[in-house]
Write a protein that binds this ligand. Structure first.
Ligand SMILES: CC(C)(COP(=O)(O)OP(=O)(O)OC[C@H]1O[C@@H](n2cnc3c(N)ncnc32)[C@H](O)[C@@H]1OP(=O)(O)O)[C@@H](O)C(=O)NCCC(=O)NCCS
Length: 245
């Protein structure tokens, strides 16, 4: 059963969480600890998680999930009780953050609103990301699968990351690609990940140009009457949904 030692540990972690909010959230500078504790949703979600995780570790049934459920309803932040979260996590703003069951988060990590540390499908076992110390994950970023995000890595807002990220690298885009390592652009013939050739887009562009020219020619031949274009109705996609916890 969770005892006095666990309560002390949770209290220690909580103090560190409040200090992290003060250090890394500009809006929290100069704000008293009690106020942060009272009205910072990221801190509320962490307090709830610290308690739920301790109870989960002690084998208490139902209560950990109930705490996580209430916490999600109040803060908009969903953290599975089994997720391992290091000290000093800052969840800034928070709404829409989802942290999956087998996610592991190092120390002093920063997550902005809308971050998902999720799975890619219906796999079981380790299926969520491991995030290194001091990493910063921008708002709306989706990190999917059992990938490793290195220490001091930065993930740009709205990136979708499905492969490992080296230490001290910046990753942006969908799919996420490395644009900085140790603050410098990656060098070498294959390093320009931003301006990759896109043969499919090129072919569509070419087709669209030729279609426009063809339509102009037909319009001219038919005495100024523009041919009607074919409009296809969009049908809903069928089949199993590919997303999973
Ligand atoms: C990625 C980020 C952390 C900056 O990291 P950085 O290492 O300092 O990177 P830079 O600013 O030097 O940008 C590197 C390149 O990525 C591009 N980039 C930066 N953020 C990007 C993003 N979110 N999406 C796409 N491209 C991005 C830059 O334009 C730059 O491109 P270039 O190589 O053509 O010059 C920052 O841009 C970011 O997205 N932070 C998230 C902040 C956030 O979510 N705030 C919410 C507060 S409410």
């Amino acid at each position: 059963m969770a005892g006095l030692g666990t309560a002390r540990r949770v209290a220690r972690e909580l103090r560190r969480d409040i200090a992290s909010a003060r250090e890394r959230d500009p809006a929290a500078r100069g704000v008293r600890g009690a106020e942060i504790l009272a009205v910072w949703p990221g801190v509320h979600a962490l307090v709830a998680h610290r308690v739920a995780h301790a109870l989960h570790g002690a084998g208490v049934p139902l209560l950990p999930r109930s705490i996580a459920y209430v916490s999600r309803a109040l803060t908009g932040i969903e953290i599975h009780p089994a997720a391992q979260i290091g000290q000093g996590l800052l969840i800034d703003h928070g709404t829409g953050v989802v942290i999956g069951e087998t996610a592991v988060i190092g120390e002093d990590v920063t997550l902005y609103q809308g971050v998902t540390l999720g799975g890619t499908g219906f796999a079981t076992g380790k299926r969520h990301p491991t995030v290194g110390d001091r990493a910063v994950i921008g708002s709306g970023a989706k990190l999917l699968g059992p990938i490793e995000v290195g220490r001091d890595a930065k993930i740009g807002a709205n990136s979708v990351v499905i492969t490992d990220v080296p230490d001290n690298a910046t990753v942006v885009g969908n799919p996420g690609h490395v644009v900085r390592v140790d603050g410098r652009r990656p060098e070498g013939p294959d390093a320009d990940w931003i301006h990759l050739p896109d043969p499919v887009a090129d072919a569509i562009r070419e087709l669209s140009t030729r279609l426009r020219e063809l339509e102009a020619a037909v319009t001219e031949l038919s005495g100024g009457q523009r041919p009607p274009g074919e409009v296809r109705e969009l049908r809903p996609v069928r089949g199993r949904h590919p997303a999973g916890g």
